[in-house]
Design a protein around this ligand. Structure first.
Ligand code: AMP
Ligand code: FE
Ligand code: FE
Ligand code: ZN
Length: 288
């Protein structure tokens, strides 16, 4: 069983539509794929309708949080997408991305970069708008060669000249809300040091005590030493460990199934979740 629990679509900053994502996941030989767009469930209906035979879709989201001044991403799986309190929190984060992106565009224009909000809006095409869309605009304008080259202190990296913070939720509150909506939480790429400061081990222990279910260990932004350290921490704190690609289509270099999650851990995630069921493609397995 090949299980990839962290992927983005055009509902946020990926480049595959939700239907293309599930088709590409099946073509890549995956048995299970999770749709985890930033701060939105908008891609669900299209993905659910397109799950191919032999693939199972896990619905989820990646929620933007902040703890002690450090940004962190909380993966949430199999929650009820209509539960009103969690829905309100997601909308709060997602909607604030628009004025924030507009402010980043203004900042860039002050730096004599001729980017426009209309251009960024076209690139985002209705998805949760974020820095990768602005980065794509900078690539189009020939300001930087690749999306990744826009994530430097010169441009859009955390604390960079054109970076503006977005609304980010309290992770303790998010864990509570996701649980109340029947979902399971996994802290995404907790050791991704190149993105900025990372959350401390004692903070992860506190999140575990507050009901966090797991941490993402096998991820492109973690080196071997970081994975070993995170695995030990997970054992001590009773956390599940996952592995995922964090696929963003052509906006990032990682490929579907680059890292995967152990089937037993996937089984445990599905057992804990009560808000939604994995969606098997017609005639496919049920998800365990
Ligand atoms: P935002 O949510 O708007 O703050 O943008 C953060 C997103 O930017 C992350 O979810 C990643 O998809 C993307 N990102 C962060 N760092 C990089 C990087 N070095 N190269 C490419 N994409 C990145
Ligand atoms: Fe992203
Ligand atoms: Fe993330
Ligand atoms: Zn992600």
């Amino acid at each position: 069983m090949r299980i990839d629990l962290h992927c983005h679509s055009t509902a946020s900053d990926g480049t595959d539509t939700p239907a293309e994502l599930v088709r590409n996941a099946a073509a890549a030989g995956l048995d299970v794929v999770a749709l985890t767009d930033h701060d939105t469930t908008r891609g669900y209906a299209e993905a659910v309708a397109a799950v191919p035979d032999g693939l199972t879709l896990v619905t989820g989201a990646e929620l933007s949080c902040r703890l002690d001044g450090i940004g962190l991403h909380m993966l949430a799986y199999l929650f009820d997408p209509e539960e009103p309190d969690l829905l309100r929190e997601r909308e709060l984060i997602r909607d604030d991305r628009v004025p924030r992106a507009r402010a980043m565009v203004r900042r860039l224009r002050e730096m004599d970069v001729p980017v426009t909000w209309e251009q960024v809006e076209r690139i985002a095409a209705g998805g949760s708008v974020g820095r990768p869309h602005i980065a794509t605009a900078l690539v189009e304008l020939g300001v930087v060669p690749t999306v990744s080259d826009a994530f430097t202190s010169r441009w859009l990296a955390d604390g960079g000249r054109a970076h503006i913070q977005k609304h980010e939720s309290d992770p303790f509150e998010v864990i509570r809300l996701v649980k109340a909506a029947g979902g399971v939480t996994v802290l995404a790429h907790p050791g991704a040091a190149k993105r900025g400061r990372t959350v401390s081990e004692s903070a992860i222990t506190e999140l575990a005590a507050a009901g966090l279910d797991g941490i993402e260990v096998d991820h492109m932004d973690h080196d071997g030493e970081t994975r070993t350290r995170l695995r030990a921490l997970a054992r001590e704190s009773g956390l599940l460990t996952t592995g995922s690609s964090d696929y963003h289509g052509s906006r990032k270099t990682c490929v579907l199934g680059e890292y995967t999650t152990d089937p037993e851990i996937y089984g445990e995630i599905t057992r804990r979740a009560t808000g939604a069921f994995p969606v098997p493609g017609a005639g496919g397995p049920t998800g365990e």
